[in-house]
Design a protein around this ligand. Structure first.
Ligand code: NAD
Ligand code: MG
Ligand code: MG
Ligand code: MG
Ligand code: MG
Ligand code: MG
Length: 339
């Protein structure tokens, strides 16, 4: 079994006298900056002017341009959207790096797919939390953490691994477990996971179930509760105790249905599709498509996003959630999210 590291396994000294620039203050950026500061580290936030800048200033950070932040810092964590990293890297990060500095990522995409080719005189590592940024922050505040992967791409100082571990500890990940990976493994598994299971797989499963029920004439409200709302309750059980815990808690009728019908929905054919998706991730075909889509100003992304936002499940969901005040409002909607 791989060795999972916790608080007691990690030396903090290596990051103690260093300045960390957190570049970007979005989902991950705000969480890393706040958690690191509360863990006792010296943090500067690097941003362009705009909404994120005001938020970081309200949170009490010293906010400077990306170039200045890189000049000031020893360790530069790049938490810009993946599709903007290459441009900002060439314009503001690379020219301001000094030999012996470190650059870091929360996802290996740009380095692994050669969009960013780091200079040979800096350390390069990743610390990739296995959860959304807002939970990286919320769990830290609760005294817990989100697990993270760490990996070293380039070690010129001899300290890159210790730096990565101290950084992971600083954002709270060592409370949940820190596991070593490579840029290749992190990139490929992260892309596969979000496409086939966590994001693409799950949203498609929920939608297909909702459509099946409503097309058969059942009330959309009932279909929403059954196929979307209840997912969280089931996933919480899974998170706490695996599949076994779900099956312990559900009725035996539900468990029998799980056994006989689940494998008819997700079957060998589905797994073949998953293998195709993985192969496209591994070959760089997915990365190329996404890079070109961005260069073309996202025609397809925007068209699909507009269509998806009009799906009846979103409409009925909005109405029902307003009647359940205990269900938190979305952290940020796509419309208000600054890109
Ligand atoms: P985000 O879109 O939430 O935030 C990006 C930040 O960068 C914002 O503060 C934005 O204002 C700023 N920004 C955008 N363009 C800029 C520019 N040109 N110059 C300066 N600042 C600019 O991004 P995110 O979802 O936190 O993703 C950051 C990284 O973390 C990515 O590599 C992503 O793959 C990785 N990651 C994200 C999550 C997640 O929960 N969202 C989970 C694991 C890893
Ligand atoms: Mg994002
Ligand atoms: Mg991920
Ligand atoms: Mg991802
Ligand atoms: Mg049971
Ligand atoms: Mg039931």
């Amino acid at each position: 079994m791989s060795k999972v590291l916790y608080e007691k396994d990690i030396q903090k000294g290596v990051l103690q006298n260093k300045k960390v620039a957190v570049v970007g203050y979005g989902s991950q950026g705000h969480a890393h900056a706040l958690n690191l500061r509360e863990s006792g580290y010296d943090v500067v936030v690097g941003l362009r002017t705009g909404k994120s800048q005001r938020k970081a200033e309200e949170d009490g950070f010293d906010v400077v341009s990306v170039s200045e932040a890189v000049q000031e810092a020893d360790v530069v964590m790049i938490l810009l959207p993946d599709e903007h990293q290459t441009a900002v890297y060439h314009e503001s990060i690379k020219p301001n790096l000094q030999p012996g500095n470190a650059i870091a990522f929360a996802h290996g995409f740009n380095v692994h797919f050669n969009q960013i080719v780091p200079p040979s005189d800096v350390d390069v590592f990743l610390v990739a939390p296995k959860g959304p940024g807002h939970l990286v922050r919320r769990t830290y505040e609760e005294g817990a953490g989100v697990p993270a992967l760490y990996g070293v791409y380039q070690d010129v100082t001899g300290n890159a691994k210790q730096l990565a571990l101290a950084y992971a500890q600083g954002i709270g990940a060592a409370r949940a477990g820190v596991l070593e990976t490579s840029f290749q493994e992190e990139t490929e598994t992260d892309l596969f996971g979000e496409q086939a299971v966590l994001c693409g797989g799950l949203t498609s499963l929920v939608k297909a179930g909702f459509e099946t029920l409503t097309e058969a004439g059942y009330q959309p409200e009932v279909a929403y509760f059954e196929c979307l709302h209840e997912v969280k309750l089931i996933v919480d059980l899974m998170y706490e105790g695996g599949l076994e815990n779900v099956r312990y808690s559900i009725s035996d009728t539900a468990q029998w249905g799980d056994f006989v019908s689940g494998p008819r929905v997700i079957n060998d054919e589905t797994k073949e599709r998953m293998k195709e998706i993985l192969a496209e991730v591994q070959s760089g075909e997915f990365a190329k498509g996404w890079i070109l889509e961005n260069q073309a100003n996202r025609p397809q992304f925007n068209a699909i996003n507009a269509r998806e936002s009009k799906h009846p499940i979103e409409q009925v969901g909005k109405e029902l959630r307003e009647l359940m005040p205990f269900v938190k409002q979305p952290l940020q909607t796509k419309q208000t999210k600054q890109k």
